[in-house]
Design a protein around this ligand. Structure first.
Ligand code: FES
Length: 328
């Protein structure tokens, strides 16, 4: 395996074998905006000035960007020396003002922002939020489109998480953030109002699911909608009353909060959300399935949904996850 020389402006960086280019650049204190580190948020996009970047590094980019040799630094393992440039693609489309912060449980905060310009989005998609120094993170939109320029997110505080710690502790109402174009395919698609929906989420994975449910109900969805939201303990659940009151208003909406550890709770299902869901619902032919949470839960649920009859093209998973989130 060979060390590759990477030229960016006047600097040359050595990229070690098996090291993503993003890590090589950050190691040399080169400022590269980044977020998910797994090819979802596209905030680490760069451009190759000489030759094609590795095909895997262009995964998920639009065809036009691929043709112009844009690529994602976090997915790039250079196969040859490269000359690269910062991306001038305009991925931040607007700015927003923080309107409200409210704790939903001891770890998760609802952040509400108002964008300067209206965005064309679907609930369940995500945007990248960027603070002034370039630090970027992706968050799913938790409200449906009727809210106009207001977007709400569920920000889980991660110990040592630069953005989430800052958002919880320092970000103030009135502060400004840059907001990217909405991205991701995990959203409610109108047009099949009779289709049954199964949504499984853990922790702050409820955010996109709540947005999808709200959008579906608002659109007059007639098929059954089943939500399983899980946490290891009672403290990790939130919006229990909101979901219950939605259940009372809409006969086709069914809500099951799940707890996997600790004392049994009489009105919560016992077990991991996906295990409870697949015990309750064993025949999913023709259903649409949405999964948001820890990647292990998502991977296991995809398999189980498929085995229960759901078509792979009807299974949608959140495009990014938080590595330390729980599987519960
Ligand atoms: S950091 Fe590379 S795509 Fe998110």
């Amino acid at each position: 395996m060979t060390v590759r020389k990477i030229k960016l402006d006047e600097q040359t960086v050595l990229c070690q074998p098996d090291e993503p280019l993003l890590d090589s650049l950050l190691r040399e204190n080169i400022e590269i905006s980044h977020g998910c580190r797994q090819g979802a948020c596209q905030s680490c996009m760069l451009r190759s000035l000489k030759g094609k970047p590795p095909a895997e590094a262009q995964h998920g980019l639009k065809e036009g960007l691929k043709r112009q040799n844009y690529f994602l630094a976090c997915l790039c393992y250079p196969q040859q020396d490269m000359e690269i440039a910062y991306s001038h693609h305009r991925d931040y489309v607007t700015y927003a003002t923080v309107k409200a912060k409210q704790m939903l449980n001891p770890e998760i905060m609802q952040l509400v922002i108002e964008t300067d310009e209206g965005l064309d989005y679907y609930a369940g998609q995500f945007v990248n939020l960027k603070r002034e120094d370039g630090l970027t993170r992706s968050y799913s939109i938790a409200n449906h489109r009727m809210h106009g320029r207001q977007l709400s997110f569920h920000v889980r505080r991660l110990s040592g998480g630069q953005f989430s710690e800052w958002a919880h502790q320092e970000l103030q109402v009135g502060d400004r953030l840059a907001v990217s174009e909405p991205q991701g395919l995990c959203y409610y698609q109108p047009g099949q109002p009779e289709q049954n929906l199964l949504l499984i989420g853990t922790g702050s994975g409820l955010a996109p699911l709540a947005g999808i449910i709200s959008e579906a109900l608002h659109d007059g969805h007639r098929g059954d909608i089943h939500l399983y939201h899980g946490s290891s303990d009672l403290n990790g659940l939130y919006w229990v009353e909101e979901m219950r009151s939605l259940q009372q208003r809409y006969a086709n909406f069914h809500y099951t909060p799940c707890i996997s550890r600790g004392e049994p709770n009489p009105d919560k299902a016992r077990g991991r959300a996906h295990e409870v869901a697949f015990k309750d619902l064993t025949a999913l032919k023709g259903w649409r399935v949405y999964l948001c949470g820890h990647p292990d839960m998502v991977a296991a649920s995809k398999r189980q949904a498929f085995m229960a009859g759901a078509s792979l093209s009807d299974i949608y998973a959140d495009a990014f996850h938080v590595a330390s989130s729980s599987v519960d």
